[in-house]
Design a protein around this ligand. Structure first.
Ligand code: SAH
Ligand code: SF4
Length: 398
C-alpha cells in the first residue's frame, strides 16, 4: 500500500496551489455586451438561482434546462412549455449562446475542424472525427486558449496561455458542433449518435482548468440534457498527478495519459511537466485511478517520433512500466507543423513497436492520421487566424 496508496496532505496543498493558479487565468464573465447573462455553462443549482433572482418560480429551471440541453434551443420563443410573457422576460435578461464560428474546414475524409471565437475575441479549436463505418464519432474539445506547458512536439505548446475556457465555452463547443450536424434533440439512451464521444484532447491541459472542465463535463453527462455517459468521455492529461486523483474521485470519466517516453531524461525533454511529476508518479496515479478496469482501460498516448522514442527497446520498457495497469496504448504518428523539430516514425518502426506492445497483451492501435489536408495539428488553425488578424491590423496601420 505504502508506495501506491492515496497521497495525503501534501497533495491536498498541491491541489490548492494548482486551483489558485488556475483562477488567475479565469475567463471573463459570461455576459453579452448589452448585459444579458449566458445560461449555458451554469450548473442546475446556479441556473435555478439566477432564474429565481429574476423573479421566476424555481421549477422553471428544469424546463429551461430541458430546452437548452435536450432540445438544443437557443431562442426562448421556441420554449413552447413556457408562457409567452415568461419567455419575453427570459429573453430580456438572459441569452443561450454558442461560440461564433471563426473558421471551419472539412477534410476529404470528413474530419471537420472549427476555430471557435468567444465573446472576448479569444479563439480555440474543436475537431469532429467521424467513424468511417458507423454513425458515430468523437468531438475533440479544447480546455484552454494556449497552454502553460510546452511539450516539444505540440503546436499548442508554442502558444502561451491566454486564458482558461469557461464551462459555457467548453460545453458550448460540443453544442455548436451538434448544431452543425443538426443532432437535436439529444438522442436518448443507446440510440446511435453522430457525435457520440467527447475527448478532452484539444488545446490546453484540462487538469490545469479543472473546475471549468468538470462543470462542463457534468453538464454533458446530465441525463435530462445531452446525456453522454461517463464511459463516452475521455480526459487527456500530460500527467498533472494531484488532479488525476481528483478527476477520478469526482468525475470517473475515462483517462488518457500522454506518456510519450519511457525514460525520465527523455520525457523531461518532450513533456517538461515530467520534471515535476516524473513517470513513476504518473503511473502510480494511474494505478490508483478509480474508474480504470479491464472494461474501462486507461489509454496511454505515445507519439511516434523518428529516432527519438520509437525503438523496440523502448517498446519493451513501456510494457514493463505499465504491467498490471488495465491499459491500452494509442500510438500516434507525429503530425508535423511548420518549424517542428521532429519527423514522424517510419511505418515499419510504428508496426514493430505496435507488435511488441500488442504481444504483451495491450491493445495498441495506431491512430490513423485524419484531416491531413486541413490544418490538423492542434493549435495550427488558431495560429493561422492570429497571423491573418495581425496582418490585417498591420495593413490598416499602413
Ligand atoms: N494537454 C493534454 C491534452 C491535449 S494534447 C495532454 O497533453 O494530454 C492531447 C494529445 O495531442 C497529446 O497526447 C499529443 O499526443 C497530441 N499531440 C500534440 N501535438 C501533436 C502532434 N504534432 N502530432 C500528433 N499528436 C499531437
Ligand atoms: Fe499542452 Fe497537451 Fe500540447 Fe503538452 S501536448 S503543450 S500539455 S496541449
Amino acid at each position: 500500500m505504502a508506495d501506491t496508496g492515496a497521497p495525503a496532505d501534501l497533495d491536498e496543498a498541491e491541489r490548492a496551489r494548482i486551483l489558485a493558479k488556475t483562477a488567475r487565468f479565469a475567463p471573463p464573465p459570461a455576459v453579452t455586451a448589452d448585459g444579458r447573462r449566458e445560461l449555458v455553462g451554469l450548473s442546475r443549482e446556479e441556473l435555478k438561482a439566477v432564474l429565481v433572482e429574476a423573479g421566476m418560480e424555481p421549477f422553471r429551471a428544469k424546463q429551461v434546462w430541458h430546452w437548452i440541453y435536450y432540445q438544443g434551443a437557443t431562442d426562448f420563443a421556441r420554449m413552447s412549455t413556457i408562457a409567452k410573457p415568461t419567455q419575453a422576460k427570459l429573453a430580456e435578461r438572459f441569452v443561450i449562446g454558442r461560440p461564433e464560428v471563426a473558421a471551419v474546414q472539412t477534410s476529404t475524409d470528413e474530419t471537420r475542424k472549427w476555430l471557435f471565437r468567444f465573446r472576448d475575441g479569444q479563439e480555440a479549436e474543436t475537431v469532429y472525427i467521424p467513424d468511417k463505418w458507423e454513425d458515430r464519432g468523437a468531438v475533440c474539445m479544447s480546455s484552454q486558449v494556449g497552454c502553460t506547458l510546452a511539450c516539444r512536439f505540440c503546436h499548442t505548446g508554442t502558444q502561451v496561455l491566454a486564458r482558461n475556457l469557461g464551462a459555457a465555452e467548453i460545453v458550448g463547443q460540443f453544442m455548436a458542433a451538434r448544431d452543425a450536424y443538426g443532432e437535436w434533440p439529444s438522442p436518448k439512451g443507446e440510440t446511435p449518435r453522430l457525435l457520440s464521444t467527447v475527448v478532452m484532447m484539444g488545446m490546453g491541459e484540462p487538469l490545469y482548468n479543472y473546475e471549468n472542465v468538470a462543470k462542463a463535463i457534468r453538464i454533458a453527462m446530465d441525463g435530462e440534457g445531452i446525456g453522454l455517459s461517463r464511459r463516452r468521455i475521455t480526459l487527456s492529461t500530460s500527467g498533472v498527478v494531484p488532479m488525476m486523483d481528483r478527476c477520478g474521485a469526482d468525475l470517473a470519466v475515462n483517462l488518457a495519459v500522454s506518456l510519450h517516453a519511457v525514460r525520465d531524461d527523455l520525457r523531461d525533454e518532450l513533456v517538461p511537466l515530467n520534471r515535476k511529476y516524473p513517470i513513476r508518479e504518473v503511473l502510480d496515479a494511474c494505478r490508483r485511478y478509480p474508474a480504470a478496469s479491464n472494461a474501462r482501460r486507461i489509454t496511454f498516448e505515445y507519439i511516434m517520433l523518428k529516432g527519438v522514442n520509437d525503438s523496440p527497446a523502448e517498446a519493451h520498457e513501456l510494457i514493463r512500466l505499465i504491467a498490471g495497469i488495465p491499459a491500452k496504448v494509442n500510438l500516434i504518428p507525429f503530425n508535423p507543423w511548420p518549424g517542428s523539430p521532429f519527423e514522424t516514425s517510419t511505418p515499419a518502426a510504428i508496426d514493430r513497436f505496435a507488435e511488441i506492445v500488442n504481444d504483451a497483451g495491450f491493445s495498441s492501435p495506431v491512430r490513423t492520421p485524419r484531416g491531413r489536408d486541413i490544418l490538423a495539428a492542434c493549435g495550427q488553425l488558431r495560429t493561422e487566424s492570429q497571423r491573418q488578424r495581425a496582418g490585417t491590423d498591420a495593413g490598416e496601420k499602413g
